[in-house]
Design a protein around this ligand. Sequence first.
Ligand code: ADP
Ligand code: ZN
Length: 715
Amino acid sequence: MLEQAQRVLKDVFGYDSFRGRQAAIIDCVANGGDALVLMPTGGGKSLCFQVPGLLRPGLTVVVSPLIALMDDQVATLDELGVPAAALNSTLTPEQQRELAGRLRRGEVKMLYLAPERLVQPRMLDFLRDLDIALFAIDEAHCVSQWGHDFRPEYLQLGQLAELFPHVPRIALTATADMRTREEIVQRLHLQGAERFLSSFDRPNIFYRIVPKEAPRKQLMAFLGERRGNAGIVYCLSRKKVDETAAFLCDQGFPALPYHAGLPAETRAANQHRFLNEEGLIMVATIAFGMGIDKPNVRFVAHLDLPKSLEAYYQETGRAGRDGLPSDAWMAYGLQDMVMLKQMLQNSEGDERHKRIEQHKLDAMLALCEETRCRRQALLAYFDEVLEQPCGHCDNCVDQVQTWDATEPARQALSTVFRTGQRYGVGHLVDVLLGKDTEKVRNFGHEKLSVFGVGKGLAEAEWRSLFRQLVARGLVDIDLEGYGGLRLSDSCRPLLRGEVTLQLRRDFKPQTSARAASSGAGSPASQLVRAEERELWEALRTLRRKLAEEHSVPPYVIFPDSTLLEMLRSQPVSLSDMAQVSGVGARKLERYGQAFLEVLNNSGGSAEAPKVVLDLRHELVSLARAGMTPAQIAGQLNCSEKNVYSLLAEALGRQELSLEQALDLPEDLLMEVQDAFLDGEGELPPVSAIAPLFGGRVPEGVLYCVRAALAAEFEL
Ligand code: ADP
Ligand code: ZN
């Protein structure tokens, strides 16, 4: 079975090897077993049911919660030459009848539909009359009431086990936690299913979290290094989304807003543009995300703090589904904390619920203040152990420094106390620095013993210190009042001098101001080098053109990873092209030549053999595209005679038909062919035939016809 699976992988999808647990999963399901698959976003879940679906006889039924996702997958399969269809409310009754006919005739291999449709009694009856290969339940966590994507219709999918006892079922999700997993097994009746757990690490994502100083400036620095790439910028509020999107547009970044307060048409239009155009920045609330299958989102930036690590993981996880280097970047500050704590305080729900949410927020804050590898910390939260620091996050590459903040922390706590535990960080820092402000004078704070004791540190350092005190719970935020700071019980040992305090050093004195303020570092998501850019853009332009012609998003034609491999491996022939990962038989036939032309046109390579090969390829493709020999000669900048002799070679290899190669009226072509075939036995040489046509056709034509006939009759 696995051998066949391997062949399908190569022929249909154009990939050389399975990833992670794909092979084991496919083996299980193709042999009729049930499976529960937990794999992170971008792990390659689709192949886990598409390959067995192609190996088993009959129809594969895929349950998917979102129409947008269905259409995307159907378009992708269509491009691969797999007959697929989506049954959803966008079809007219006429189209539905037509689809039913195709299904009955066994003309469809993969059917996507929403759960509520599948469980309609009529639908189930209809399916029971068909040969079903497999049920795939995508986004299976939607069955969980615990999670945030709960879909009541998913609960009814359990009946498939009884109605189709002999049809294997595979449930897939990117949600990792134990509780959701058990709910899926229970509710979907998958007790007998084999479980496949993958690591939830997303190694291609570079994580960076910076203290928020001048957020817009920091964001621009981050985006500036990623121009031309698509990404998402998350903000907490609708207002901030609108303002940020407008600001970015003003600054020359192509940004679009997305939040639940926009009219449905605007949202749909912006989402459509984000998926179909390249290099757009979506500024969004968390309303944007679920159902975004775009594989080449190169970065996710957070301007506000998510409220849990679950949310952070999910949102940052939208970057880099294609496995190429991507960035997760966040700027966070004390104000974020205050805001989220206030929202939590004012939210509905019982105390227990609020306590859980508070813990989740604390875990998020801990990640922000983490001094060790961020990836290790993030995965540890999901009960996964990463043995070594990852080497691919800010803390790993910058080697965070800590400093002994015991004394300044005591000064800060003392300032909180002596000013009456009611002021925010701004005023507290002013007091520490001994600033003569109106507020200071109004309250007589210049008379306090702590006034001006903190001149040894800069303002930003004090802010960083206060933020870390809050994140560590040494100081509380007064949520009933105006968000002033109060001492918490846990700060007593520090005040009494019983413990010391090590804090993260956000600011390295030796780094340049710019690097420190953007904190962006070198972009993981800059995929191509400067010298490759021109060709890269040419490939993307061709892809965009083809995508428009086929009315699909560009990544459905080829993902970035495939274009990148073309760029790096520089195929010169269709057979080279077939080796590129992601180029299956169908796409090779449809697009291979066009991409070869772009690759070999751009003069990137000067070596002689390649140039000759390039010329041949181009010639064949130009002839196939309907150009006459004279036009080809013009295009390739060589003599017509040369073109004819190369055409004759190509005809000899049967790469072209005579109709493609030549530009002759049909009857004249017949006449020439007849002249060659008139005699007995061997084909006469061109010199014997030429006098018969005395200048009516170029001699090159005769060579071509002779070559074609020789190849055809193997003479
Ligand atoms: P998921 O649904 O788990 O988020 P997808 O099924 O969309 O992930 O796969 C992510 C990307 O990885 C897709 O572009 C897919 O074509 C690619 N991919 C999946 N499996 C392989 C493989 N074995 N080799 C190469 N690319 C793969
Ligand atoms: Zn790390």
